[in-house]
Design a protein around this ligand. Structure first.
Ligand SMILES: [Zn+2]
Length: 109
């Protein structure tokens, strides 16, 4: 294998890979309602809190780097959910979402 231009080739490959990943995340964003959710954690996401998870809190916003929409989900106990509020309003766009959903503690099948 040639080695002098392998750096450039690698760069091109990395760019290609980034593009594919972006396509995947965009597709995922469009179809996220259909995606099965992974097993939610059972303990509150907040450090030092071991209360059972009561809600999932999801915020979707436009990342400031221009990389596209990002979706952040935290599984929180009732108290921490009540303290939660939108934190990325500066990066809000027309698809902005702040979403709180109850998590059934014993939906374990
Ligand atoms: Zn908590």
């Amino acid at each position: 294998m040639a080695d002098t231009k392998s750096g450039r080739d690698k760069q091109a490959r990395d760019e290609e890979r980034r593009r594919i990943q972006r396509d995947i995340s965009e597709a995922r964003e469009r179809g996220d309602e259909l995606e099965p959710t992974a097993d939610p954690p059972t303990e509150c996401h907040r450090r030092g809190c071991s209360e059972p998870v009561a809600f999932s809190v999801t915020e979707r916003y436009q990342e400031e780097t221009g990389a596209g929409a990002v979706e952040a989900t935290a599984f929180l106990c009732a108290d921490h959910t009540a303290a939660e509020s939108p934190v990325n309003l500066e990066d809000a766009y027309e698809g902005y979402v702040f979403h709180v959903e109850p998590v059934a503690a014993d939906a374990d099948d």
